[in-house]
Design a protein around this ligand. Structure first.
Ligand code: FAD
Length: 615
């Protein structure tokens, strides 16, 4: 048996990697513990959020799976930051855990050229040059391949902690991957230890919903995928409650019994998703910490209490419920726990997510030190594309941080590494004004079409949307009026005599689309989606012009090649440490030099000056 690409792991990274690789024509296999656990959400039943929602839109633009699966299973769609600027809005949905898993499994089973292999992978094989050329399953079956994408999540030497109890597991109820972790250590892969945690799951029938504040879905449900016309899944409310002084006292009294505070866990946890113990220790009592009670499904009584992830012993978790309004009689179905696991230092990867020095081995997802389904899925897509390109002897595909959040994440990971689980935020993207959720398809679908990643339907849809946008934009730019003419239509402008186009006027916060339709009734011929998109585009156009110059200069420098005969020792002003690192790494481009650990903007400026001198 021989495959071009074998993806190990059927989580969020693995599913995207497998689909992308197969879509590019590589004969692909997804090797995972169990078909039934493909697409499982290990922790919170939700997709998207601030920054994460951008990743989901970008995955969709590249014809990935996550957005359309979320649209088929979402039970509470909300647009976060709705009152803030469109650049930092975050689409989010709570998901029906079962519907999500089923929809993902259906997608994976329908991918042409993709086989599913059930079993645990315990070994990787290499050819005489050290390139990866196969895997071995627990039953001894050896399968050859041209490249491997490793997406094993929290499973590598996973160790669950509940109070002072600890036991090996990949997540609750599933076996850890120990042999594969040993194999990676043998490959001299730089491994580290991280941790994350999850709250107890509650029986919704034992929660007193009547006394709780409610949160509902938005009235207008905005799908993740541009291919979804309508959200058909019924929407539900979730409840909101808070921790109390009694909860805080109980946690303080039992802090030493928490796995995280007893010194039993060596890994670093996610700062932005702290345990309830962390919240009390680091942020004090406040007026209580908010808890969202999120039903896990339409026909499931399980409730996920978002905000109280914990590794306290079970008896303390039960006692904690009694101190929280609405949860006084709540039954715990599964205790909260913390999990520690091995991860690979992502600085050992290049921008295609290939392990530097090991041809054919690509890594994606939580194994690279990230946290979250969206971060994992986005990396899976990148690794899947590049593994398929590697076996097809095509050039690697890199995502620049100037054109996508995916590029921001890959660059952050491979150049800076991680000291705690990495999650996406809009603040990580310096070009966030242009990397918006409303233009993800315009930014990335052309690449998907060029690579052959986009289905014919996706390509046709993109061409249609793009055509409609261009027509509406051309019309708006061709229609102009003076301030005097505008005044006749009730639009007040600075009386400077300057003739402005409809497109210019769209950028004014005080002017609505309906005002322009009054002036130019022909605008009604264009669909509202195109006009709304253009209103956002026009609003940001002024900033865009300034940002464009910055982006162009970054791209120019990133693409600048460093001649082979460059003598780093002779560049005046460079520290000895940087000279040594440059000599050891011999970067071929400025982009590569930027990724050297400890490289400074001043160091890069000196190298650019030297290269320009040599040109
Ligand atoms: P996973 O979804 O873990 O998938 C790994 C896959 O690999 C599984 O299918 C597994 O069966 C398979 N696999 C592993 N080893 C082998 C092997 N040797 N052979 C074959 N198959 C194998 N994220 C957040 O954003 N916020 C949170 O609060 C949060 N809390 C979490 C709490 C817990 C307890 C856990 C376990 C995870 C939490 N996460 C959280 C993280 C989130 O679940 C992950 O980021 C996400 O699932 C990672 O996706 P992945 O594809 O990298 O790995």
């Amino acid at each position: 048996m021989h495959y071009d690409v074998i993806v190990i792991g059927g989580g969020h990274a693995g599913c995207e990697a497998a689909r992308a690789s197969a879509a590019l024509g590589a004969k692909t296999a997804l090797a995972t513990h169990s078909i039934d656990t493909i697409g499982v959400m290990s922790c919170n039943p939700a997709i998207g959020g601030l920054g994460k929602g951008h990743l989901v839109r970008e995955i969709d633009a590249l014809d990935g799976l996550m957005a359309r699966v979320a649209d088929r299973s979402g039970i509470q769609f909300r647009m976060l930051n709705r009152r803030k600027g469109p650049a930092v809005r975050g689409p989010r949905t709570q998901s029906d855990r079962k519907l999500y898993r089923e929809a993902m499994q259906a997608e994976i089973k329908s991918v042409e050229g993709l086989s599913i292999l059930e079993g645990e992978v315990i070994d990787l094989s290499q050819d005489s040059s050290g390139a990866i050329n196969g895997i071995t399953l627990t039953d001894g079956t050896a399968i050859k391949c041209g490249a491997v994408v490793l997406t094993t999540g929290t499973f590598l030497r996973g160790l669950i902690h509940i109070g002072d109890k600890r036991f090996p597991a990949g997540r609750m109820g599933e076996k850890a991957s120990t042999l594969l972790a040993d194999r990676l250590a043998g490959l001299n892969v730089p491994l580290g230890r991280l941790k994350t945690g999850t709250p107890p799951r509650l029986d919704g029938r034992t929660i007193n919903w009547d006394i709780l504040e409610k949160q509902s879905a938005d009235e207008e449900l905005v799908p993740f995928s541009t291919m979804t016309n309508e959200i058909r899944v019924p929407q539900i409310d979730c409840g909101i409650t808070r921790t109390t002084p009694a909860t805080h006292n109980l946690i303080r009294e039992n802090l030493k019994r928490s796995a995280m505070y007893s010194g039993n866990i060596s890994g670093t946890g996610p700062r932005y998703c702290p345990s309830v113990e962390d919240k009390i220790v680091k942020f004090g009592d406040r007026d209580g910490h908010q808890i969202f009670l999120e039903p896990e499904g339409l026909d499931d009584h399980t409730v996920y209490p978002n905000g109280i992830s914990t590794s306290l012993p079970e008896d303390v978790q039960w006692a904690m419920m009694k101190t929280i309004s609405g949860l006084e009689n709540a039954q715990i179905l599964q205790p909260g726990y913390a999990i520690e696991y091995d991860h690979v230092d992502p600085k050992a990867l290049d921008q295609s997510l290939n392990l530097i020095g090991t041809a054919g081995l690509y890594l994606a997802g939580q194994i690279n030190g990230t946290t979250g389904y969206e971060e994992a899925a986005a990396q899976g897509l990148v690794a899947g594309i590049n593994a398929a390109h590697f076996v097809g002897q095509k050039a690697p595909v890199h995502f620049s941080r100037t054109s996508s959040y995916i590029g921001v994440m890959i660059d952050d990971l491979t150049s800076r590494g991680v000291s705690e689980p990495y999650r996406m935020f809009t603040s990580r993207a310096e070009y966030r004004l242009s990397l918006r959720i409303d233009n993800a398809d315009m930014r990335l679908s052309p690449l998907a079409i060029e690579l052959g990643l986009a289905s014919p339907d996706r390509a046709a849809h993109y061409n249609d949307v793009n055509g409609r946008l261009n027509a509406a934009r051309d019309y708006l730019k061709s229609q102009t009026l003076t301030p005097q003419e505008a005044a006749k239509h009730g639009i007040s402008l600075n009386m400077d005599g300057v003739r402005r186009s409809g497109y210019d006027l769209l950028s004014y916060a005080s002017i609505e689309l309906s005002d322009l339709i009054r002036v130019w009734p022909d605008l009604k011929q264009f669909d509202s989606d195109s006009l709304n998109r253009l209103a956002i585009e026009a609003h940001y156009a002024v900033y865009m012009d300034r940002q464009k110059a910055d982006i162009e200069s970054v791209l120019r420098d990133e693409n600048l090649l460093i001649p082979e005969d460059t003598e780093f020792d002779k560049i005046a002003g460079l520290s000895n440490e940087l000279r040594n690192k440059l000599n050891a790494r011999q970067p071929k481009s400025i982009a590569e030099a930027q990724r050297i650990e400890g490289m400074t903007p001043a160091g890069i400026a000196l190298i650019i000056a030297q290269v320009r001198k040599q040109q």
